[in-house]
Design a protein around this ligand. Structure first.
Ligand code: ADP
Length: 402
């Protein structure tokens, strides 16, 4: 089957066409600056880029343009749009309603809308992508894959905050967690890689990218994760602060006369590695500066190392031990030094890495020392595969049920 995977942002549309039999990517593309002057589409097929500029007023036009590129006789990979068996949409927030992916119907669309207050930056954009694709491909079945779904197995003691219960009941204030498709993929893949069942393992997954989150996956089920109501909580990230005493906000807001929105903007966009280092949100820049002795870059890096260590130890305690620690995403897959620093002095947990085996980037690898009781793995994440597999499964089940 050929499955189109769509990730719509407020002014962008990322897409990937996958052949699910071989789980290979046929084409990958990005439509940028939708609704802004100078919009363009970049499509990559067999490592060759095809770039086309055209003003696109909205996501429907972007979606039409994407189909034109995919079916282009010279640069495309499809004879016609009908070759696309189904579309899988990445959706940020499924709230408490979705514990797994779902076939898109009116009810699911309403649920994505209902969750806009919880995901105000992403859900409206994701929804625009869904609506646009439905308009352009009315006969093609579509599936929504939620970033929050994998974490819905957390028990109340993990997802509730220590605030009056009324806020949970009335406003749905709780931990939801994000990067669910990535935590799901790498935890399942880690078990497969070790030739074991995920139901027999206690796994800690460290998704470390521009946004970072950690998860405790106990016998196949997520029991805790570091991101919360929004992706702001947890370890320090590229531009996001991660954990902080909530009273810090009131203190800064009162002093500097800021609104709540302005404060949150600072915590989301100007904090984290960028805010502390004053140099960059990109780990490579921070690393370079820290290696050259910049004290702010150094402390930003130390904060990240320590944050990850604390979550690993906490999650091991929550699960009564840990069998596997997985590193994934940009920093997790490529950060040789970061992995070495995080895993230093973790022998008390039974975890030790082999410094030589650790000297790799972006490949699936067991980097544990031979005497380490805990397996430490690098598993490159592949969220697209999860989306494609879920889409095929749900569409096939729906076809059988007819
Ligand atoms: P996103 O969350 O946007 O998907 P990625 O998973 O691509 O982000 O991760 C981006 C991060 O990975 C950046 O901070 C980048 O610096 C970092 N990264 C990429 N390559 C390396 C590397 N070789 N060493 C350390 N960090 C790296």
């Amino acid at each position: 089957m050929k499955i189109l995977i769509v990730n719509a942002g407020s002014s962008s549309l990322k897409y990937q066409l996958m052949d699910t039999a071989s789980e290979s990517t046929l084409a990958k593309g990005l439509v940028e600056r939708i609704g802004i002057d100078g919009s363009k589409l970049t499509q990559c097929v067999n490592e060759e880029n095809y770039v086309q500029q055209k003003n696109m007023k909205n996501h429907v036009e972007a979606c039409k343009f994407m189909i034109e590129a995919l079916t282009n006789s010279e640069h495309g990979v499809l004879g016609s749009m009908d070759e696309i068996s189904a579309v899988g949409h990445r959706v940020l927030h499924g709230g408490e309603k979705f514990t797994s992916s779902a076939i898109i119907n009116e009810e699911v669309i309403q649920a994505i809308k209902d969750n806009i207050p919880l995901g105000p930056l992403h859900n409206p954009a994701n929804l625009m992508g869904v609506i646009a694709c439905r308009e352009v491909m009315p006969k093609t079945p579509m599936v929504a894959v939620f970033d929050t779904a994998f974490h819905q197995t957390m028990p109340p003691k993990a997802y509730l905050y220590g605030v009056p219960m009324d806020y949970y009941h009335r406003l749905r204030v709780r931990r939801y967690g994000f990067h669910g498709t990535s935590h799901l993929y790498v935890s399942a893949r880690a078990a497969e890689f070790l030739g074991k069942k995920k139901e027999d393992l206690r796994i800690i997954t460290c998704h470390l990218g521009n946004g970072s989150s950690m998860a405790a996956v106990d016998h196949g089920k997520c029991v805790d994760t570091s991101m919360g109501l929004t992706p702001l909580e947890g370890v320090i990230m590229g531009t996001r602060s991660g954990n902080l005493d909530p009273a810090v906000m009131q203190y800064i807001m009162n002093n500097d006369n800021l609104t709540a929105d302005e404060m949150l903007d600072i915590l989301n966009k100007k904090s984290g590695l960028l805010g502390v280092s004053g140099i960059s949100s990109d780990m490579r820049d921070v690393d370079r500066a820290a290696d050259e002795g910049d004290p702010n870059a150094l402390v930003a890096r130390q904060m990240l190392d320590m944050g990850i260590k604390k979550y690993i130890a906490a999650y091991a305690a929550v699960m009564g031990g840990v069998d596997v620690i997985v590193f994934t995403a940009g920093i997790g897959e490529n950060g040789i030094e970061l992995r070495a620093r995080v895993m230093e002095n973790m022998e008390f947990l039974g975890a030790k890495i082999d410094k030589e085996k650790n000297k790799v980037k972006g490949v699936e690898r067991d980097i544990s020392a031979s005497d380490s009781k805990v397996k430490v793995l690098i598993i490159p994440t592949n969220e697209e595969i999860v989306i494609a597999r879920d889409t095929v499964r749900l569409v096939s089940e729906a076809a059988l049920a007819k």
